[in-house]
Design a protein around this ligand. Structure first.
Ligand code: BTN
Length: 256
């Protein structure tokens, strides 16, 4: 389906939106624009990515015309210590956008996987671009929208809005809602502070408390039960050995 960029631009006055039929990764293009000084809120999107990137060096499956693949440049008044919470705020924004545009309520797996029926339908990658005098956060968001199936290696863990709802949802509507929600959650973080985002995340996620999980840390697997978020947005894991540990990067998965 051809992406109706004109309609999104008309609904997003004053916002710079660059759209590509195909690109290696929108993160690369957004990073280049950020280094050139592009303003906060600038969006880079593509119908297809030939080298989409995910967290932990993984690739992001970016089939032509099937997903929403965007990177948003953010120049906000967040102190550097707030960065992990920005990631959580982006997860909440993406959840809100999907709910508003489709009626589907995603679970959030810390720090920022969006799940439907325990399978991933969207993911978020945040990187800092600091080569310009004004550093920027590049928020990369991928949402599986139209996919009707996934390659064998992903089919057990990935899903799409179409698979879960049986409906075709508009990528344009999703993007407009996503940009509105990102602005709203970033404003909330700036005005109300970290605690407000941490509370909202804990309410929206089944993973924050009382969940049995396994996490890969420094080459070994930790198992335990989640026990909330600390004030920086890191996950507290009460290990099976009784010790509490802070999980600072993802790779959390359910276990028995
Ligand atoms: C993850 O869950 O591992 C993060 C996935 C992030 C994917 C998006 S798609 C748009 C942007 N461009 C990329 O190459 N990656 C992000």
């Amino acid at each position: 389906m051809v992406f109706d960029l004109a309609s999104v631009r008309a609904q997003s006055p004053g916002r710079r939106i660059e759209w590509y039929p195909s690109v290696d990764s929108t993160m690369t293009e957004a990073g280049r624009l950020a280094a050139e000084g592009a303003p906060s809120g600038t969006v880079v999107g593509a119908d297809e990515q030939t080298a989409g990137v995910g967290r932990h060096g993984r690739s992001w499956h970016s089939e032509l015309g099937s997903g929403l693949y965007v990177s948003v440049i953010l120049r906000r008044q967040f102190p550097p210590a707030t960065l992990p919470v920005v990631t959580l705020a982006l997860g909440l924004a993406t959840r809100e956008a999907i709910l508003t545009a489709t009626g589907l309520a995603c679970d959030l797996r810390w720090p920022n996987d969006l799940l439907l029926q325990s399978k991933k339908c969207a993911g978020i990658l945040t990187v800092l671009e600091s080569s310009n005098q004004r550093p920027a956060i590049i928020a990369g968001i991928g949402i599986n929208v139209y996919h009707s199936f996934f390659p064998a290696e992903l089919s057990a863990i990935a899903t799409s809005l179409r698979i879960e709802s049986g409906c075709i949802h508009s990528r344009e509507r999703l993007l407009v809602e996503l940009l509105t929600s990102i602005d709203r959650y970033c404003d909330r973080l700036e005005t109300e502070g970290r605690a407000s985002i941490l509370d909202a995340f804990a309410r929206a996620s089944s993973y924050v408390s009382g969940r049995r999980v396994a996490v890969d840390q420094d080459g070994s697997e930790l198992r335990g039960t989640t026990a909330g978020l600390n004030e920086s947005g890191f996950l507290i894991l009460r290990g099976d050995d009784g010790a509490s540990r802070l999980i600072v990067s993802g790779g959390v998965r359910p276990c028995s």
